[in-house]
Design a protein around this ligand. Sequence first.
Ligand code: V47
Length: 392
Amino acid sequence: MTPRADRFATIAAKVDAGVPLDLDDGVVLYRHPDLCALGSLANRVRERLHGDRTYFNVNFHINATNVCHADCKFCSFARLQPGMPQAYTMGLDEIRGKLVERRGQRITEIHIVNGLHPDLPWSYFLDTLRVLKAERPDIHLKAYTAVEIHDFARRYGKDYEQVLRELIDAGLGSLPGGGAEIFAPRVRQKICRDKASAEEWLEIHRTAHRLGLRTNATMLYGTIETIEERVDHMLRLRALQAETGGFQTFIPLAFHPDGNDLGKLPAPTGIDDLRTYAVARLMLHNIAHIKAYWVMLGVKTAQIAQSFGADDIDGTVQEEKIYHMAGAETPQTLARVDLVRLIREAGRQAVERDTLYNVLWEDDGAPLEGIRVDASVPYSRHANRVNLAQVQ
Ligand code: V47
């Protein structure tokens, strides 16, 4: 055996024995030339945890304002001041309208991520949740990244716990994983220096977990970070997870270069995407789910990622702005039937979940034509194991 193959075999033995990998292991895996061997090791863990299941949900996004005083170099979505070209802020009626226009549709989650607006009142963020809950109390609100929570605390003179408690009272169900970028201070200083630090981001998730919220975690890869800094990022998340158990999903986000200050950098290659998914699955033994967010990864890579460690592809999404303003070529939405098809074709069993991974429906392989695209039939409380024809 070559020294490299020997090292890989040692790491594989650790994985099989359930021994956590360290920074060096992660770097060796990232640099391992045999992508298929790496993918197959990650797939072993994925199948140990989830078998053939790949999760998706029926959701939509609201980006209520793109006005943002932080000047993140990778961002194509933000406009620094109100009134700048393409700057917008939705009123509460417009926000409510997003649900009114979808009345009767079977939706289980709204994902809300905004810019850091310099002068909206605190009530705007609470009322956003309240008006949505008033219209549809059954829908889970996954809202406001830790970076936004940090900004609320600073701007409105509250601590993290107060901010989160008030948001929970207004209807908050969980936190999305955005804003983590790369935790290494060297990188943060260069690409996103005027927002929450790594320690602040982690402290907010720690506080959220203590208050009983589940949260997600992301990593923006493909800007100026090193492989070591990516693995370090994963290890910091793993350490917090060992403490709290509150993370549900890790979502690697591939950098999109259009329309931002890092536009000269190339986007990560497909090989880098697959390596990142595989390494994430192997490093993060204590985070249950790895999400291949099809919007940024592209539908085709999201299919392949299901054999490289990913067990979730996110949802129908419907109106996405952050990536589409950065050059994402994916569609604005995939219908439920399309998600099921692309999971099936990846050789997996599609499982519709709610935000907290309660199972709502499982694919039993019935003809795809039976899947209604408009998803207008409400879920039964007992939808867990019904067949496709009954649910649809
Ligand atoms: O924090 C912004 C990233 C994130 C670019 O929790 C970019 O389920 C690449 O958090 N290229 C926001 N990435 C999106 C987010 C998210 C998305 C889907 C699911 C979940 C979840 C969370 O988008 C930001 C930043 O890291 N981002 N601009 C860009 N040009």
